[in-house]
Design a protein around this ligand. Sequence first.
Ligand code: FAD
Length: 317
Amino acid sequence: MQAAIHAGRYGWKTLVIDRSKGRTFYTPRYMNMLGYPEGVSGMDLLKKGKKQAEQYGVEFLMKVATDVSKNEDGLFTITAQRRKELKEGTKDQIDIVRAKKLVISTGIMDRHPEVPNVYHWAGYGIYYCADCDGYEVLNQRVVVVGKGNAAPSKALMLLNWTKHITVVNVDPTATISDELMQQLAKYEIPVYHSPLKEFVGEDRERVEQVILQDGTIIESDKVFSALGMYSVHSELAKKLGVETLDNGHITVDPRTKQTSVPGVWAVGDIVAHTQQAMIAIGEGAQAGVWINKILRQEGHMPKRWVNWSASKEPVLL
Ligand SMILES: Cc1cc2nc3c(=O)[nH]c(=O)nc-3n(C[C@H](O)[C@H](O)[C@H](O)COP(=O)(O)OP(=O)(O)OC[C@H]3O[C@@H](n4cnc5c(N)ncnc54)[C@H](O)[C@@H]3O)c2cc1C
Protein backbone atom coordinates (compact mmCIF):
# COMPACT_ATOMS: atom_id res chain seq x y z
CA MET A 1 0.00 0.00 0.00
CA GLN A 2 2.83 2.39 0.87
CA ALA A 3 4.70 1.61 -2.36
CA ALA A 4 1.45 2.29 -4.25
CA ILE A 5 0.93 5.62 -2.46
CA HIS A 6 4.45 6.68 -3.43
CA ALA A 7 4.14 5.48 -7.02
CA GLY A 8 0.75 7.19 -7.38
CA ARG A 9 2.10 10.48 -6.03
CA TYR A 10 4.97 10.38 -8.54
CA GLY A 11 2.29 10.07 -11.22
CA TRP A 12 2.81 6.47 -12.33
CA LYS A 13 -0.22 4.42 -13.32
CA THR A 14 -0.39 2.03 -10.40
CA LEU A 15 -2.45 -1.07 -9.65
CA VAL A 16 -2.64 -3.00 -6.36
CA ILE A 17 -3.65 -6.66 -6.73
CA ASP A 18 -4.75 -8.05 -3.36
CA ARG A 19 -6.52 -11.25 -2.41
CA SER A 20 -7.67 -9.68 0.92
CA LYS A 21 -6.03 -12.26 3.15
CA GLY A 22 -2.84 -11.24 4.91
CA ARG A 23 -1.38 -10.62 8.37
CA THR A 24 -2.45 -6.97 8.37
CA PHE A 25 -6.07 -8.09 7.86
CA TYR A 26 -6.14 -10.03 11.11
CA THR A 27 -4.04 -7.86 13.40
CA PRO A 28 -6.56 -6.23 15.76
CA ARG A 29 -4.14 -3.71 17.28
CA TYR A 30 -0.74 -2.36 16.40
CA MET A 31 0.40 -0.86 19.69
CA ASN A 32 3.99 0.06 18.84
CA MET A 33 3.35 2.29 15.85
CA LEU A 34 4.45 5.90 15.94
CA GLY A 35 1.45 8.26 15.96
CA TYR A 36 -1.06 5.73 17.34
CA PRO A 37 -0.73 5.76 21.16
CA GLU A 38 -4.10 4.00 21.48
CA GLY A 39 -3.21 1.47 18.81
CA VAL A 40 -4.60 0.97 15.33
CA SER A 41 -6.07 -2.12 13.69
CA GLY A 42 -4.71 -3.58 10.50
CA MET A 43 -8.13 -3.17 8.83
CA ASP A 44 -8.21 0.50 9.77
CA LEU A 45 -4.75 1.07 8.30
CA LEU A 46 -5.73 -0.75 5.11
CA LYS A 47 -8.98 1.22 4.72
CA LYS A 48 -7.22 4.55 5.25
CA GLY A 49 -4.34 3.48 3.01
CA LYS A 50 -6.73 2.57 0.18
CA LYS A 51 -8.50 5.92 0.42
CA GLN A 52 -5.16 7.73 0.48
CA ALA A 53 -3.82 5.78 -2.52
CA GLU A 54 -7.02 6.37 -4.52
CA GLN A 55 -6.48 10.14 -4.16
CA TYR A 56 -3.46 9.66 -6.43
CA GLY A 57 -5.27 7.51 -8.98
CA VAL A 58 -4.09 4.13 -7.67
CA GLU A 59 -6.47 1.34 -8.73
CA PHE A 60 -7.30 -1.85 -6.86
CA LEU A 61 -8.03 -5.35 -8.15
CA MET A 62 -9.18 -7.50 -5.23
CA LYS A 63 -8.13 -10.83 -6.71
CA VAL A 64 -5.45 -13.51 -6.36
CA ALA A 65 -2.37 -13.09 -8.55
CA THR A 66 -1.97 -16.62 -9.88
CA ASP A 67 0.79 -16.27 -12.44
CA VAL A 68 3.51 -13.88 -13.51
CA SER A 69 6.09 -13.82 -16.27
CA LYS A 70 8.65 -11.44 -17.72
CA ASN A 71 8.22 -10.96 -21.44
CA GLU A 72 10.89 -10.43 -24.07
CA ASP A 73 9.96 -6.73 -24.25
CA GLY A 74 10.88 -6.42 -20.53
CA LEU A 75 7.26 -5.99 -19.38
CA PHE A 76 5.66 -8.24 -16.78
CA THR A 77 2.39 -10.09 -17.36
CA ILE A 78 0.37 -10.86 -14.25
CA THR A 79 -2.71 -13.08 -14.20
CA ALA A 80 -5.34 -12.56 -11.50
CA GLN A 81 -8.46 -14.48 -10.54
CA ARG A 82 -11.22 -14.23 -7.96
CA ARG A 83 -10.67 -16.32 -4.85
CA LYS A 84 -14.09 -17.93 -5.23
CA GLU A 85 -13.41 -18.98 -8.81
CA LEU A 86 -10.05 -20.42 -7.91
CA LYS A 87 -11.76 -22.54 -5.28
CA GLU A 88 -14.46 -23.70 -7.68
CA GLY A 89 -12.00 -24.27 -10.50
CA THR A 90 -13.78 -21.92 -12.95
CA LYS A 91 -11.73 -19.53 -15.05
CA ASP A 92 -14.21 -17.13 -16.67
CA GLN A 93 -13.04 -13.98 -14.87
CA ILE A 94 -9.30 -13.94 -15.47
CA ASP A 95 -7.60 -10.53 -15.57
CA ILE A 96 -4.33 -10.07 -17.42
CA VAL A 97 -2.27 -7.08 -16.35
CA ARG A 98 0.89 -5.76 -17.99
CA ALA A 99 3.35 -3.67 -16.04
CA LYS A 100 6.78 -2.12 -16.37
CA LYS A 101 7.72 -2.70 -12.72
CA LEU A 102 6.51 -5.10 -10.09
CA VAL A 103 6.49 -4.96 -6.28
CA ILE A 104 6.00 -8.29 -4.52
CA SER A 105 4.59 -7.90 -0.99
CA THR A 106 2.76 -11.19 -0.61
CA GLY A 107 3.81 -11.71 3.03
CA ILE A 108 3.77 -14.81 5.18
CA MET A 109 1.17 -16.66 7.25
CA ASP A 110 1.48 -17.68 10.89
CA ARG A 111 0.91 -21.22 12.09
CA HIS A 112 -1.89 -21.28 14.68
CA PRO A 113 -2.05 -23.63 17.69
CA GLU A 114 -4.08 -26.74 16.86
CA VAL A 115 -7.13 -26.23 19.09
CA PRO A 116 -10.84 -25.90 18.25
CA ASN A 117 -12.07 -22.37 17.54
CA VAL A 118 -8.55 -20.91 17.42
CA TYR A 119 -9.67 -17.85 15.37
CA HIS A 120 -11.80 -16.73 18.34
CA TRP A 121 -8.55 -15.75 20.14
CA ALA A 122 -6.06 -15.25 17.27
CA GLY A 123 -4.47 -11.81 17.71
CA TYR A 124 -6.44 -11.13 20.94
CA GLY A 125 -5.76 -13.84 23.54
CA ILE A 126 -3.16 -15.58 21.37
CA TYR A 127 -0.10 -13.64 20.26
CA TYR A 128 2.54 -14.64 17.75
CA CYS A 129 5.31 -12.07 17.79
CA ALA A 130 7.11 -11.12 21.02
CA ASP A 131 8.62 -7.97 19.45
CA CYS A 132 5.05 -6.88 18.62
CA ASP A 133 2.99 -7.95 21.61
CA GLY A 134 5.43 -8.77 24.43
CA TYR A 135 4.44 -5.59 26.23
CA GLU A 136 0.76 -6.66 26.13
CA VAL A 137 1.47 -9.52 28.57
CA LEU A 138 3.03 -7.30 31.26
CA ASN A 139 2.87 -9.25 34.57
CA GLN A 140 0.29 -11.66 33.13
CA ARG A 141 0.25 -15.48 33.10
CA VAL A 142 1.49 -16.64 29.73
CA VAL A 143 1.62 -20.10 28.18
CA VAL A 144 4.11 -20.41 25.33
CA VAL A 145 3.34 -23.24 22.91
CA GLY A 146 5.80 -24.57 20.37
CA LYS A 147 7.92 -27.49 19.29
CA GLY A 148 11.37 -28.25 20.70
CA ASN A 149 13.65 -25.23 21.26
CA ALA A 150 11.30 -22.61 19.79
CA ALA A 151 8.97 -22.30 22.81
CA PRO A 152 11.73 -22.01 25.47
CA SER A 153 13.53 -19.39 23.36
CA LYS A 154 10.37 -17.28 23.10
CA ALA A 155 9.62 -17.85 26.81
CA LEU A 156 13.03 -16.48 27.78
CA MET A 157 12.45 -13.43 25.60
CA LEU A 158 9.11 -12.79 27.35
CA LEU A 159 10.99 -12.36 30.65
CA ASN A 160 11.29 -8.69 29.60
CA TRP A 161 7.62 -8.38 30.57
CA THR A 162 6.50 -11.19 32.87
CA LYS A 163 7.88 -13.96 35.07
CA HIS A 164 4.62 -15.98 35.11
CA ILE A 165 5.48 -18.17 32.15
CA THR A 166 4.79 -21.84 31.32
CA VAL A 167 6.23 -23.68 28.31
CA VAL A 168 4.33 -26.39 26.42
CA ASN A 169 6.30 -28.51 24.00
CA VAL A 170 3.40 -29.73 21.82
CA ASP A 171 5.53 -32.38 20.13
CA PRO A 172 6.99 -34.66 22.81
CA THR A 173 9.33 -36.21 20.19
CA ALA A 174 11.00 -32.82 19.70
CA THR A 175 13.84 -32.27 22.15
CA ILE A 176 14.78 -29.14 24.05
CA SER A 177 18.52 -28.50 24.43
CA ASP A 178 20.16 -28.94 27.83
CA GLU A 179 21.26 -25.30 27.76
CA LEU A 180 17.68 -24.07 27.31
CA MET A 181 16.39 -26.47 29.98
CA GLN A 182 18.96 -25.00 32.39
CA GLN A 183 17.84 -21.46 31.53
CA LEU A 184 14.18 -22.40 32.09
CA ALA A 185 15.07 -23.94 35.47
CA LYS A 186 17.03 -20.81 36.44
CA TYR A 187 13.95 -18.64 35.88
CA GLU A 188 11.56 -21.27 37.36
CA ILE A 189 9.64 -21.74 34.12
CA PRO A 190 7.79 -25.10 34.13
CA VAL A 191 7.76 -27.23 30.97
CA TYR A 192 5.08 -29.69 29.84
CA HIS A 193 5.42 -32.13 26.96
CA SER A 194 2.03 -32.89 25.40
CA PRO A 195 -0.09 -31.91 22.37
CA LEU A 196 -2.82 -29.34 23.04
CA LYS A 197 -6.44 -30.37 23.59
CA GLU A 198 -8.29 -27.07 23.90
CA PHE A 199 -8.26 -23.47 25.11
CA VAL A 200 -11.00 -22.23 27.45
CA GLY A 201 -12.24 -18.65 27.81
CA GLU A 202 -15.34 -16.57 27.11
CA ASP A 203 -13.60 -13.29 26.38
CA ARG A 204 -11.50 -13.44 23.22
CA GLU A 205 -8.88 -11.24 24.93
CA ARG A 206 -8.16 -13.94 27.51
CA VAL A 207 -7.33 -17.65 27.27
CA GLU A 208 -8.26 -18.67 30.81
CA GLN A 209 -7.10 -22.27 30.63
CA VAL A 210 -4.84 -24.26 28.36
CA ILE A 211 -5.82 -27.92 28.46
CA LEU A 212 -3.35 -30.54 27.26
CA GLN A 213 -4.08 -33.97 25.83
CA ASP A 214 -2.35 -35.59 28.84
CA GLY A 215 -5.04 -34.00 31.06
CA THR A 216 -2.93 -31.12 32.46
CA ILE A 217 -4.86 -27.86 32.98
CA ILE A 218 -2.77 -24.67 33.01
CA GLU A 219 -4.39 -21.47 34.32
CA SER A 220 -3.44 -18.56 32.07
CA ASP A 221 -4.25 -15.09 30.70
CA LYS A 222 -2.56 -15.18 27.31
CA VAL A 223 -1.00 -17.71 24.95
CA PHE A 224 2.06 -17.03 22.84
CA SER A 225 2.50 -19.21 19.80
CA ALA A 226 6.07 -20.22 19.02
CA LEU A 227 4.96 -22.68 16.35
CA GLY A 228 7.04 -20.58 14.04
CA MET A 229 6.44 -22.55 10.84
CA TYR A 230 4.44 -20.36 8.56
CA SER A 231 3.88 -20.32 4.84
CA VAL A 232 6.10 -17.88 2.98
CA HIS A 233 4.28 -16.65 -0.11
CA SER A 234 7.17 -16.50 -2.55
CA GLU A 235 5.67 -18.69 -5.30
CA LEU A 236 5.23 -15.76 -7.73
CA ALA A 237 8.75 -14.48 -7.05
CA LYS A 238 10.15 -17.95 -7.70
CA LYS A 239 8.34 -18.10 -11.06
CA LEU A 240 10.35 -15.04 -12.07
CA GLY A 241 13.62 -16.60 -10.89
CA VAL A 242 13.95 -14.17 -7.96
CA GLU A 243 16.66 -15.22 -5.49
CA THR A 244 15.28 -16.54 -2.20
CA LEU A 245 16.74 -18.08 0.93
CA ASP A 246 16.12 -21.78 1.72
CA ASN A 247 13.16 -20.72 3.92
CA GLY A 248 11.51 -18.92 0.96
CA HIS A 249 12.18 -15.33 2.07
CA ILE A 250 13.33 -13.03 -0.72
CA THR A 251 16.72 -11.33 -0.63
CA VAL A 252 16.84 -7.71 -1.82
CA ASP A 253 19.34 -4.93 -2.31
CA PRO A 254 19.31 -3.15 1.07
CA ARG A 255 19.39 0.31 -0.51
CA THR A 256 16.70 -0.05 -3.17
CA LYS A 257 14.69 -3.16 -2.19
CA GLN A 258 15.07 -4.41 -5.76
CA THR A 259 15.38 -8.20 -6.03
CA SER A 260 17.92 -10.17 -8.05
CA VAL A 261 15.61 -9.80 -11.09
CA PRO A 262 15.73 -6.24 -12.50
CA GLY A 263 12.32 -4.57 -12.42
CA VAL A 264 11.07 -6.69 -9.50
CA TRP A 265 11.00 -5.25 -5.98
CA ALA A 266 10.08 -7.04 -2.75
CA VAL A 267 8.95 -5.45 0.53
CA GLY A 268 7.46 -6.45 3.87
CA ASP A 269 7.38 -9.83 5.60
CA ILE A 270 8.21 -11.70 2.39
CA VAL A 271 11.69 -10.19 2.58
CA ALA A 272 14.30 -11.69 4.93
CA HIS A 273 14.13 -9.27 7.86
CA THR A 274 12.38 -8.44 11.14
CA GLN A 275 8.66 -8.89 10.57
CA GLN A 276 7.12 -5.59 11.66
CA ALA A 277 4.42 -3.46 10.06
CA MET A 278 6.48 -0.25 10.23
CA ILE A 279 9.34 -1.98 8.45
CA ALA A 280 6.97 -3.17 5.71
CA ILE A 281 5.69 0.39 5.34
CA GLY A 282 9.22 1.84 5.27
CA GLU A 283 10.33 -0.66 2.67
CA GLY A 284 7.27 0.17 0.55
CA ALA A 285 8.32 3.81 0.60
CA GLN A 286 11.89 2.84 -0.34
CA ALA A 287 10.62 0.74 -3.27
CA GLY A 288 8.41 3.63 -4.44
CA VAL A 289 11.33 6.07 -4.40
CA TRP A 290 13.61 3.75 -6.35
CA ILE A 291 11.00 2.67 -8.87
CA ASN A 292 10.50 6.32 -9.74
CA LYS A 293 14.26 6.92 -10.01
CA ILE A 294 14.75 3.92 -12.27
CA LEU A 295 11.70 4.60 -14.47
CA ARG A 296 12.99 8.14 -15.05
CA GLN A 297 16.53 6.88 -15.69
CA GLU A 298 15.02 4.59 -18.33
CA GLY A 299 13.46 7.62 -19.99
CA HIS A 300 9.79 7.02 -19.03
CA MET A 301 7.53 9.92 -18.07
CA PRO A 302 4.63 9.74 -15.59
CA LYS A 303 1.08 9.35 -16.94
CA ARG A 304 0.16 12.92 -16.02
CA TRP A 305 2.08 14.27 -19.00
CA VAL A 306 0.67 13.79 -22.50
CA ASN A 307 1.86 15.20 -25.85
CA TRP A 308 5.30 15.39 -24.31
CA SER A 309 8.07 16.64 -26.52
CA ALA A 310 11.02 18.92 -25.97
CA SER A 311 9.44 21.69 -28.05
CA LYS A 312 5.95 21.55 -26.54
CA GLU A 313 4.62 22.50 -23.11
CA PRO A 314 3.45 19.32 -21.33
CA VAL A 315 -0.28 19.00 -20.66
CA LEU A 316 -1.49 17.93 -17.24
CA LEU A 317 -4.15 15.18 -17.41
C1 FAD B 1 -1.41 -11.07 15.46
C2 FAD B 1 -0.32 -10.19 14.91
C3 FAD B 1 0.08 -9.05 15.60
C4 FAD B 1 1.06 -8.23 15.09
N1 FAD B 1 1.40 -7.11 15.78
C5 FAD B 1 2.32 -6.27 15.28
C6 FAD B 1 2.65 -5.07 15.96
O1 FAD B 1 2.12 -4.80 17.04
N2 FAD B 1 3.56 -4.25 15.40
C7 FAD B 1 4.16 -4.53 14.20
O2 FAD B 1 4.95 -3.72 13.73
N3 FAD B 1 3.86 -5.66 13.54
C8 FAD B 1 2.99 -6.54 14.03
N4 FAD B 1 2.68 -7.70 13.36
C9 FAD B 1 3.38 -7.99 12.11
C10 FAD B 1 2.77 -7.22 10.94
O3 FAD B 1 1.38 -7.50 10.88
C11 FAD B 1 3.44 -7.62 9.65
O4 FAD B 1 4.81 -7.34 9.75
C12 FAD B 1 2.83 -6.85 8.47
O5 FAD B 1 1.47 -7.17 8.33
C13 FAD B 1 3.58 -7.16 7.18
O6 FAD B 1 2.94 -6.54 6.13
P1 FAD B 1 3.04 -7.16 4.66
O7 FAD B 1 2.35 -6.19 3.78
O8 FAD B 1 4.43 -7.56 4.34
O9 FAD B 1 2.23 -8.52 4.73
P2 FAD B 1 0.63 -8.79 4.92
O10 FAD B 1 -0.01 -7.79 5.79
O11 FAD B 1 0.56 -10.23 5.30
O12 FAD B 1 0.11 -8.57 3.47
C14 FAD B 1 0.36 -9.46 2.42
C15 FAD B 1 -0.68 -9.18 1.38
O13 FAD B 1 -0.40 -9.94 0.21
C16 FAD B 1 -1.65 -10.39 -0.31
N5 FAD B 1 -1.34 -11.56 -1.13
C17 FAD B 1 -0.59 -12.63 -0.82
N6 FAD B 1 -0.52 -13.47 -1.87
C18 FAD B 1 -1.23 -12.90 -2.86
C19 FAD B 1 -1.54 -13.28 -4.20
N7 FAD B 1 -1.07 -14.40 -4.74
N8 FAD B 1 -2.32 -12.45 -4.93
C20 FAD B 1 -2.82 -11.28 -4.41
N9 FAD B 1 -2.56 -10.89 -3.15
C21 FAD B 1 -1.77 -11.68 -2.40
C22 FAD B 1 -2.54 -10.64 0.87
O14 FAD B 1 -3.91 -10.51 0.52
C23 FAD B 1 -2.10 -9.52 1.83
O15 FAD B 1 -2.91 -8.37 1.72
C24 FAD B 1 1.70 -8.55 13.85
C25 FAD B 1 1.31 -9.69 13.15
C26 FAD B 1 0.31 -10.52 13.67
C27 FAD B 1 -0.11 -11.72 12.90
